[in-house]
Design a protein around this ligand. Sequence first.
Ligand SMILES: [Zn+2]
Length: 294
Amino acid sequence: MNCTLHDSLHDETLKLVKEERRLTGLVIENLQKIQDANLHLKMGYSSLFEYAVKALGYSESCAYRRISAVKMARVLPEIKEKLNSGELNLTNLSMAQSFFSREKIDVPEQKSVLEKIENCSKRETEKILVREFGVRALPPKREVVKATAGDEALLHVRLKQVTLEKLDRLKNLRAHKNPKMAYADLIDDMCEYMLKKLDPMAKHSAEAKFAAPIKGPHIRGPSSNPRHIPSRLKRQIWQRDQGQCTYADPTTGRRCDSRHLLQIDHIHPVCLGGPATEKNLRLLCHAHHRLRDG
Ligand SMILES: [Zn+2]
């Protein structure tokens, strides 16, 4: 490759990188506007992260870094300029942002740290954070789930010693059923047990199978509290909505697929006389419940 070609290729790449940073800045600004207008919620996504992954096609780590920048720019809008100039990059920014929010670091201190990590690599940023704040600045060990061949998965978690001792006690208590019980068998047993107790859908199936018809003198009378929803009706709603948020984008029909923090919502509000009936109740995730109230 001759010298002129070498130089022009380098110049062109430099221009592209500059443009790439400018575009990233614009994406972050747009994500901020989308969040302000709750557009991601209206489109049927339960969080900005879910929107960035499922609607924009970012990998989880790319989405996480961009959303960290959105959060940081709300507190310190000047970081947009620094991202644009390349003084800060998304990796060291998201590392700092995650630490700041975890440890509730105040804004002046955030500013001073950001100045120190300008033009730093990930490794250098980590060193600076540890120098300033000690080991608490290191990111907590993440739980890792990996798919393996067949229908198994590998779960890597860090347990407290006391938790491990509890697991061992449970293994001993279950030894009559399975003397060679592995932790994986025990976790499966625990899941079955907890789901029977906590999952309204599991409760509903068990009840449908075994429950006696509701009649006789032991039936509790209707509650005078208009917000009260009888347990059996709650379970019917969970079963009907398949334990999933029912919000759907009115334009595309996309249904929110969140199963996190679900709440039973009155379609016609209680304060306006909405009754606790199957027709007037539905499951909504926390985010869509708030959108409705907002
Ligand atoms: Zn939802």
